[in-house]
Ligand binder design. Sequence first.
Ligand code: SF4
Length: 577
Amino acid sequence: MKWIRVNMSDLSIKVEEAPKKYEQMGGRWLTSSVVADEVPATCHPLGPLNKVVIAPGILSGTTAPSSGRISVGTKSPLTGGIKEANAGAKFGQYLKRMGYSAIIIEGQPKDKESRYLLNISKEKLELVDAAEYKFMGLYELSGKLASKYGKDAGIASVGPAAEHLLVGTGIAFNDIENAPARYAGRGGVGAVFASKGLKAIVTEAVTGQAAVLNHELFETGRKKLLAALQEHAVTKPKGALNTYGTAVLVNILNEAGALPTRNFSRGTFDGAKKISGEAMAEAAAKNPKAGMMGHRCHPGCVIGCSVIYPDAQGNSHTSVEYETLWAIGANCEIDDLDAIAQMNSMCNDIGLDTIEFGDAVAVAMEGGLLPFGDAKGAIALLEEVKKGSPLGKIIGSGCGTVGKVFGVRRVPAVKNQGMPAYEPRVIKGIGVTYITTPMGADHTAGYSIAPEILGVGGKPDPHTNEGKVKLSKDFQATTCFIDSTGCCVFTAFAILDIPSGFEGMVEACNAVTGANWTTSEAYEIGLNVLKMEHQYNLSAGFSANDDRPPEFMKLEPVPPHNMVWDMADSELDSMWK
Ligand code: SF4
């Protein structure tokens, strides 16, 4: 296995043979291992000792279905702990096809005003001056880079908000059509990337397939995984995700009384229908030139869960996802789909995580900065973030900072990371995930919504605490493995109900790595990654007190179910025993 090591202090680039212990790793397994081994747990996340590790999954660059995820690992400036965030993009597929398993970016240029672009092609690796792109919005940047490096090139880039070193920022990867809309969004990974003086990384478009050791086994595994994805009602062609996008969840969660609304003070939103997947599908059907359901973030995804939403003016907005519709919509009581789509595109352009932004605005609304439902006011705040004004810096620093500045007690965050789109007082399993994952409140870390709400892989009662620590732990461990393969987390819907799908995923990994893992061993690998991440956080100064919900969730019943968070702390702590 070889990787690229870039030192931004002396602007050197080396291709290194990775130590043998990393040989079979990919994605999150690799990023978290390198961070744990090379980044001092107590270092300043925006200082020279932190590193950014970018790694495609084990299967990325192959023909395995929906396997083009790329992981970004670092020490998070938002949480202070370890972070992995991933996105689906051609970037990682190209990297893997060139034979690189990771890029490790370390150090920091002496001149903080400098900007660089890392260009990776089959012929050369070079750092070039990128001063001309400083503080440029990402739509303009992706157009310029496509003209220079080719329209199919892969791009990872950070927007002006990340260049202001705001901890609510992510790294954008360009999609098939070159929109900078696929985000490794959470935890401030964008600010760490920007702190290295990097504006962008470009990878040459490379066709073909990444190296596979056992082609026969790979084909067996690939076909099993593909069959499961094409059979399951959630992931199949014209299935739920393909037809309505991730926003199919808006109406479902609203009916379950678990769609956090008005800064987590209610579980239902009167305007839910207006911001639903069904509403977007209707708009896309009316304007198929500007809109599209079933969009794919990278070549080879067979699910196609994404949406290009056409607004009333005929503008296209790429990747309008459930989490964004909820964060900027229900959570801020904004029911204007066009305004939410506009803010989604603005966040993509300036490099802001839409979940953290929506949480921050809702807390600011509660603090009296602007009224709930004020879409124009929220858009104006995004302009402030782009400018880097003092108010913009507060908003771009996430809901925890906004809560402190405006004296708001109802701050929906764990480890200082804002909660996503599921009410944990009502859906206990996802609550355990938010509270215990080493990542800070994160739904993808252990998506127990699948069984608790959608009845996939079982149908436990979402309202009870019983069995939820084990449920979350199993999901978190399995997710760590899936995040290491490069497969999209949405493949879990199919493999939970169709075990041959998971067998196929593991067999395909065996075919690439030469390993001989069983599905139980794959689970153990994931569990060990999870424990390693937890241990890193303990070394960084975390304790059991960081695995706790915000206090208001224990005290305030949330209507309509009028439930509080009532799981004992000792039960939460059993996660790590
Ligand atoms: S299912 Fe959606 S998020 Fe996952 S890889 Fe496909 S398009 Fe991307």
